[in-house]
Ligand binder design. Structure first.
Ligand code: NAD
Length: 504
């Protein structure tokens, strides 16, 4: 039986959760901690050590020593086996970790479990990829042979957000370790618990001390100190576009390698020839999964004017029927947002849209009770806003909540124009019965991922990342390994006679 949100699991939450530095669980250098909460109940669920800049220094030093000590020269087969072992340990612990993730993030437990399974698949993918880090050879001339080596880029700072805490951490840890890099992982302050567990499991998997270090703490202090630290070679960041901009600026001083996975405002285009049932069901998932707190949430539904009313009616009916409530309850479809503050921010967007002339078709804040022991102010109902014009604020800015807008278009050209008329470019979905149109539109949309007649956006093995202000760099794929390696060219003299360009 799955416990309810008001139940406690003492063993899981008691005692301060220590930092992980050089294979040791340590308190922070100044002994400070911070409290982490369950967003769904508003109750504290644990004390976590709050890293300092001194801890940043210690973690980077440990990561450097581990890199130079042996990790960067460990055979790919050995690294692959350790990543594979970590995958197995994560899988064996998935139920417990999913519950911890749910308590700390407010997302439904079955979603947390699905994300942990994806993390397992990601580790497996990179365990394989570690053994395919090939270079190229090229015969420059009869006297010169060249070949290239893929060497680890070095010590990586992995800075992750609160919406997919463990999964996003794995998206960075797995390719980094596969490439022979070491990392210092900084989870978001709201959700530090599963990242610390991942670090602990990495040690259990036999990954040497110092290869994975985990430092919870505030982004503006710990995150920024990491980015600025001269011992960091590469920064892999997922989070808000504004934070990404700041990170790129700070990292530029040290000319560090940077990859940025940032915000989105992704379109979901429903053509008049689409299978309406599939479009309605897929579009629901594409926005309300994780209560809309997804970078790739398809938060703008663009519908052909001929089917707008039909689609809107069916979509609103289904959205209103989604079960909102206790994230630990088995039948919950939409859980809590990450905090009351986030729920207030989301409602600010909704009210702003109505003030701009759009129509609230369903959803909004939760009035009154939502369940025993739950904080109703941290929940927002699946919300649909109709009659939205693309220039409205609600259609241009990332809401990061269970809110979707409906906008009409007249033809394919206009659909593409509206789809591209935002500063972001992370994902898009196209619903159409015309195969040629699906591919044609996919080719014209400025986004890193385009789905045709299916709503999913992220799979291990498939590159994931943004165009425009959604960032640069890719994750989840073989392409991501390029971001964790440097290419070295080796030139070998193969001539029979000495080279003597001076004719000396
Ligand atoms: P955020 O930018 O506030 O924080 C992300 C991480 O950066 C946290 O660990 C935070 O502590 C840290 N941070 C904050 N300021 C920093 C600084 N100055 N220097 C270094 N680190 C700093 O983002 P969030 O609110 O945690 O997450 C939500 C955002 O993440 C949304 O915009 C969402 O679209 C984006 N996101 C993008 C993707 C993607 O793959 N493109 C995936 C998930 C989330």
């Amino acid at each position: 039986m799955i416990p309810t949100a008001t139940a406690t699991i003492a063993a899981m939450t008691d005692g301060p959760h220590a930092l992980l530095i050089d294979g040791e669980r340590r308190p922070s250098s100044d002994g400070r901690t911070f409290t982490t909460h369950s967003p769904a109940t508003g109750q504290p669920i644990g004390e976590v050590s709050r890293a300092t800049t001194q801890d940043v220094d210690a973690a980077v030093t440990a990561a450097r020593a581990a890199l130079d000590g042996s990790w960067s020269r460990t055979s790919p087969q050995k690294r692959a086996r350790m990543l594979g072992r970590l995958a197995l340990l994560l899988e064996a612990d998935a139920d417990r970790l999913a519950e911890l993730e749910t308590r700390n993030s407010g997302k439904p437990r079955w979603q947390a479990l699905a994300e942990i399974r994806q993390a397992v698949a990601d580790l497996d993918f990179y365990a394989g990829a570690a053994q395919h880090l090939y270079g190229r050879s090229f015969v420059v001339s009869p006297a010169v042979l060249s070949y290239t080596l893929r060497e680890p880029v070095g010590v990586c700072a992995a800075i992750v957000p609160w919406n997919y805490p463990l999964m996003m951490a794995t998206w960075k840890l797995a390719p980094a370790l596969a490439a022979g890099c070491t990392i210092v992982l900084k989870p978001a302050s709201a959700t530090p618990l599963t990242a610390l567990e991942l670090g602990r499991l990495a040690l259990e998997a036999g990954i040497p001390p110092g290869v994975v270090n985990v430092l919870p703490g505030p982004g503006s202090e710990v995150g920024e100190a990491l980015v600025a630290h001269p011992g960091i070679d590469k920064v892999a960041f997922t989070g808000e576009t504004q934070t990404g901009r700041r990170i790129a600026t700070v990292a530029a001083a040290g000319l560090k390698r940077v990859s940025l996975e940032l915000g989105g405002k992704s379109p979901n285009i429903v053509f008049e020839d689409a299978d309406m049932d599939a479009a309605v069901l897929g579009s629901l998932w594409a926005i309300y999964y994780a209560a809309g707190q997804s970078c790739e949430a398809r938060s703008r539904i663009l519908v052909h004017e001929a089917v707008y009313e039909r689609f809107a009616e069916a979509f609103v009916t289904k959205a209103a029927a989604l079960r909102v409530g206790d994230p630990l309850a088995e039948d919950t479809q939409v859980g809590a947002l990450i905090s009351r503050t986030q729920a207030e921010r989301v409602m600010g967007f909704v009210n702003g849209a109505v003030a701009e002339g759009a129509e609230l078709l369903t959803g909004g804040a939760v009035d009154g009770q939502i369940g025993d022991g739950l904080d109703a102010a941290a929940f927002v109902r699946p919300t649909v806003i109709g009659g939205v014009r693309n220039e409205m604020r609600i259609a241009q800015e990332e809401v990061f909540g269970p809110v979707v807008t409906l906008t009409r278009f007249a033809d394919e050209q206009e659909a593409v124009k509206i789809a591209n008329d935002v500063r972001f470019g992370l994902a898009a979905t196209v619903w159409t019965g015309d195969t040629a149109r699906g591919h044609r539109v996919a080719g014209r949309i400025r986004a890193g991922t385009v789905g045709i007649n299916q709503p999913y956006a992220a799979f291990p093995g498939v590159p994931f990342g943004g165009f425009k202000e959604s960032g640069y760099g890719r994750e989840l794929s073989i392409d991501a390994l390029d971001l964790y390696t440097e290419i070295k060219a080796v030139l070998v003299g193969t001539g029979a006679k000495p080279q003597n360009p001076f004719g000396a």
